[in-house]
Design a binder for this molecule. Structure first.
Ligand code: FEO
Length: 391
């Protein structure tokens, strides 16, 4: 297949992974993904920007052949994670004169992860440029999207930003550029929620740094490229802002119906008070959807039955995930049930202790909920609605 042209002299030569359904043995990929690699052919030198996940390196090789097998002078590494860097050793083998161009921190990580010899590297500083002849790459340090060494590369003459994971979406598509913004918005938000959200404040700084650049096209390393870059930049601005939505995220599970009855009652009470509820039955939920809901919500309420004296493991898992994703929620609470005792509240509270939230009085019930318990849930809904209104 012919390589896909982004602009004259710039080709997308990466691989589309239509069938992948899990990333990092953790993150669901309902729509597959892609590992984008870009070939930039200048008047004097040729650069390859990022590579592909090693199981698909044969696709990268085929695409480079289809592009006329140009000698690669520089392999630009924007991020050391192996879905982008893992095929660099193979490219260096095929192109013995090629150098890996990256920052100091990324170089150290590539030596550790891929055992690339030190003499194969050229280090670049923030805002340093590299001329390919009529095409000039400027490197912009954009740390913590989502590793500490991540950077972007700006192709000055074409006003094109290669952003690697930043602005990416796990989406296998035959479209080189975004064709359906609604679909890409969903995939990009899912991707942000799963790996970028903990670094919200760093990303804000990175967005501010990009304001120095006139950008026509953003070419990330997952999903299609953006020729309407305002669409994804304004979505990111919204996600990283401190603004929260009048929403409650309610992940729960129930063993014999008590916690479920409480979840039903709280859902109704919140709806009556004009609060949106996003409910997730953890026995069957998609972790990515839960992560996406956490991007905007003002409040998180965990619904947990007690088992073996502790919260049900599915709820403990959701609390742990919320704790590490560090959403911008401002309030949290816990509801649930127990048979004879236990430490459900204490355990869940410690799992979300990293969040900057005000904890609202939990409602824990012995056995099946009674009238007084439903009244306590109504009171919790009153408190949540009032807190949201006061924001
Ligand atoms: Fe797509 Fe962080 O690698």
């Amino acid at each position: 297949m012919k390589p896909r042209e982004i602009k004259p002299g710039i080709f997308s030569v990466g691989a589309i992974d239509w069938d992948r359904r899990l990333f990092d043995k953790l993150i669901p990929l309902p729509d597959g993904t892609s590992y984008n690699s870009y070939l930039v052919i200048g008047g004097e030198k040729t650069a390859l920007i990022d590579t592909v996940d090693p199981p698909l390196q044969h696709v990268l090789e085929q695409n480079l052949q289809a592009a006329g097998s140009p000698a690669v002078d520089y392999v630009i590494c924007l991020h050391a994670e192996q879905d982008h860097s893992g095929s660099i050793p193979r490219v260096l083998e095929l192109h013995p004169a090629a150098k890996v161009v990256t920052n100091h921190r990324c170089k150290g990580m590539l030596i550790d992860l891929l055992h690339i010899p030190e003499e194969r590297f050229i280090e670049v500083a923030d805002r340093e440029t590299l001329s390919l002849g009529g095409k000039t790459l400027e490197f912009i340090y954009t740390p913590w999207v989502h590793w500490p060494e991540t950077m972007s590369a700006y192709l000055q003459e074409d006003k094109l930003l290669f952003s690697c994971d930043f602005f990416g979406s796990h989406l296998a598509t035959s479209d080189t550029f975004v064709a359906d913004e609604a679909t890409v918005y969903e995939a990009a938000k899912r991707y942000y929620a799963e790996i970028m959200m903990p670094f919200r404040k760093f990303i804000r700084k990175n967005l501010a740094a990009l304001e120095d650049f006139a950008i026509d096209i953003i070419a990330p390393s997952h999903g299609p490229a953006y020729d309407n870059q305002d669409f994804i930049i304004s979505a990111y601005r919204d996600w990283v802002s401190d603004e929260v939505a009048n929403e409650v995220v309610l992940p729960y599970t129930s063993m014999h119906g008590s916690t479920k009855e409480m979840v039903e009652c709280l859902t109704r009470a919140l709806m009556e008070r004009g609060v949106t509820v996003k409910r997730f039955d953890l026995a069957r939920t998609d972790l990515g959807k839960l992560a996406m809901a956490l991007v905007d919500a003002a409040t998180i309420v965990l619904g947990a039955p007690t088992v073996l004296g502790k919260p049900h493991p599915l709820v403990a898992y959701a609390a742990y995930v919320a704790g590490v994703l560090k959403p911008k929620a401002k309030f949290a609470s816990i509801i649930g049930s127990y048979g004879w005792g236990g430490q459900t509240v204490e355990t869940l509270a410690s799992l979300i202790s990293s969040l900057d939230v005000e904890v609202l009085e939990p409602v824990m019930v012995k056995g099946f909920p009674r009238e007084a318990d439903f009244a306590a849930l109504d009171k919790l809904a009153d408190k949540i609605a009032a807190k949201h209104q006061a924001l």
